[in-house]
Every structure is written in C-alpha cells, then in structure tokens.
Design a protein around this ligand. Structure first.
Ligand SMILES: Cc1ncc(COP(=O)(O)O)c(C=O)c1O
Length: 375
C-alpha cells in the first residue's frame, strides 16, 4: 500500500484570525517582552486554575525547574517521578542536582502508582511529581496519603482543563507546572506557567524568572523617574519569563479552551464506541463526574503495536508512543526494573487527538484500526 501524501496529524494546534490579530496588536504597541499582556494572561489563568497566583514562564520545563528551585531541592535530594512521562519531568530533577527516583505506574491510567511511590519514600525524598498523563487526573488523594507531609508538584503539561473531584489540575499540589507548547491543549507555540497559592513562591518565582531582578522593566517604566533604573538582585535566577506575544496568543486560546476540550471529549467517545469491541485493543480510562480528563492524548494499548503503527502510517494516519519508560534511558544510570511500565511500553499507541479532527478523520482512524485486526 502506498503512503498517502495527506496525513491525519497526531496533534495540531487550532489558531485562526483571532490569534493573528492578538499578536498584531502586541506588535503594534511596541512592547513585546514581559509586560501587560503577560499579567492579563497570568490573572486569567490563575482564575482558571482556582489558584492565587500564576507566574508566566517560557515553557513547561522551566516551570518544573522553578518548582524544584522554590522548594530548594538540590544535590543530595531525591524526587519521585512516574516512569511514564516526557523526559522533561525527570530531566528537571537531574538539572536541579537532585536524583529522580522512578515509580511504577497504575496499569489502567498509567499515572504514578501511589502504593509504589510510597515504598520509595526515604529520608532523602524531598518531593513527588504527579504527572496527569495524557490529561487523565492522578489519584491525588491516594498520593497525598502516601506522601504525608512531602510536597506534591503537579506536572500539568497535559492537563489544561483536567479536573479531579471538582479541583482543577494545578490547584492540588504545592505548585502546578503547565506547558503551553505548540501541541498542548492551550497552545502558545512555546510557553509555560507555574501556579501556586503560596505568596512566597509567587514573589520569588517572579524574581527568579528574570535573573533575580526584583522589579520588572514594565513596572519600572511606570514609576516616577527618580531611580527608575535601579533594581536589586539578592538571588541569581535564569531568564525564563513569558513574553507578551505568547501571552496574547494564550489569552485567545484560554477563551477557546473549554470548547476545544469538549471537542476532544467527543472524539474520545467516538473512538471508544468504534473500538471497544476489538479484543486486541484496550481503551484509556473513561471520564467520570469526578475525574475529568483534558483529553490531551488518546492512548490505546494494542497487540502487535509496531505493525499497527506501520499500517496506520501507510494509510496516512500519524500515531505515536507516549512514552518509553524513563528508567530505560541511559542518562539516568542503571535502574531497577519497573514491570508495569515495561509491560505497558510494548503496547501503547497514541491515536490522533486534536480539536481540528473532523468526524471523517475520526471514522478513518477507527476503520484503520478495525481493518488491521479484522481485515
Ligand atoms: C509531561 C510533560 N512535562 C513537561 C513538559 C515540558 O514542557 P515544555 O515542552 O513546554 O518545556 C512536557 C512537554 O511536552 C510534557 O509532556
């Protein structure tokens, strides 16, 4: 079979003239850096997450690194992370100087297994990172009960719109770390944010995101002109703040988010109806009233995954594998085996999921999986 020249994309951002106009407006003002649009986005996103604060950052990795820094995590410390997540989660721990300790996962959700995570806690453990994988919420109550007083950091890169027992993702841990990368539910091209209720974290993160400088240029612009150039630097930070161009895109995307996530949920229901009778395929966990997924990804578990992947590709359908268990990467050094994650890895396949998929696309994906198994 010849590969089709038109692919059904795995992920795709949805932009239209509203984002273009929002960017044009910022360019027209002449202020494109950290400034008023970033503040507007921060206020709106904090409200969306039901948190006191949102600190706009350059990407989700910066948000994770910031959360670890705010907790003063460094050499000699350990942080527990789930085995199945993007490398950014564990790299952030490594880059803080601490050691990522990999927990096995729950067999159905593939989120961190609280029971196993609890067994890994020791005197060096300084935090646990809960990744709401694919947008499906981590069992935060179970994780909290094993973590006891340890801080929980939420990796919400997939979770713009995820809700656990009425609480938005990002509002349950000590800090929530979001990514607004191109293919995320809320897409800015690149961007991230740390949300928190902690006043001290908010104040420190605002300085650390801009090299430790205590007063942002925009604020200094707007003060009286005596010593307007003066600022203090008590702690060295990095340069990882959001800027007004990305924030302007984010403000539009935030308005569209609920409708886009609802479209994702509709697509998930169609996939479920079209695939549930295929014995060789297991479907992702269903939403309940208490557990609302942002449906960032639609991950199935499939027999003969590699052949299915090739078959879909030849029919013009992009698929992916999210993710190879992190403990299998050499950069983390020798690691104990994690049987649930390793077993899952052989079977996971991500099907196309984004708000621009048409019903015809969805039918094509379903027909392709069906014809692979049933001819
Ligand atoms: C689970 C997870 N955490 C963190 C990140 C990092 O986000 P960013 O790419 O914005 O740095 C990603 C990005 O894909 C992710 O999937």
């Amino acid at each position: 079979m010849e590969k089709k020249d038109r692919m059904i994309q795995l992920f795709k951002p949805s932009y239209d003239e509203r984002e273009i106009e929002a960017v044009a407006e910022v360019l027209g003002t002449g202020w494109t850096g950290l400034g008023p649009k970033t503040s507007l986005f921060e206020n709106a996103f904090a409200e969306f997450c039901s948190t006191k604060y949102c600190v706009g950052l350059s990407n989700g990795t910066a948000a994770l690194q910031m959360a670890l820094k705010l907790l003063d995590i460094g050499p000699g410390d350990e942080v527990i992370v789930p085995a199945i997540t993007f490398v950014a989660t564990a790299h952030s721990v490594l880059n803080s100087g601490a050691v990522p300790v990999f927990s096995d996962i729950c067999p159905i959700t593939h989120n961190i297994d609280p029971a196993h995570a609890g067994q890994l806690v020791n005197g060096r453990t300084k935090a646990i990172i809960a990744v709401h994988l694919a947008g499906y919420p981590v069992d935060m109550d179970a994780l909290r009960s094993v973590a006891k007083d340890l801080p929980l950091i939420e990796d919400c890169a997939h979770a713009s719109g995820t809700i656990y027992k009425g609480k938005p993702a990002g509002s349950m841990g000590i800090a929530g770390c979001f990514s607004f990368h191109a293919v995320k539910n809320l897409s800015m091209g690149e961007g991230g944010a740390l949300v928190t209720d902690r006043d001290d974290f908010n104040r420190r993160a605002r300085r650390l995101r801009w090299l430790g400088i205590d007063r942002e240029t925009w604020d200094r612009q707007n003060m009286d002109h005596s010593y307007w150039w003066e600022y203090q630097v008590d702690e060295a930070g990095t340069n990882c703040h959001m800027d007004d161009i990305h924030a302007a895109i984010g403000l539009v995307q935030l308005q569209k988010l609920e409708a886009a996530n609802n479209r994702r949920r509709e697509i998930a229901k169609s996939y479920c109806a079209g695939l549930e009778d295929i014995q060789e395929v297991s479907l992702p966990p269903m939403e309940t009233e208490d557990l609302r997924s942002s449906m960032h990804m639609y991950r199935i578990q499939a027999e003969n995954r590699d052949e299915l992947n090739l078959y879909m590709g030849k029919r013009g359908i992009s698929t992916g594998v999210h993710y190879k268990p992190l403990h299998l990467y050499s950069c983390y050094g020798p690691q104990p085996s994690l049987p649930v994650a390793e077993k899952a890895f052989d079977r996971i396949l991500t099907l196309p999921m984004h708000a621009e998929l048409t019903d015809d696309h969805v039918s094509e994906v379903i027909d392709s999986v069906r014809s692979f198994y049933h001819g």
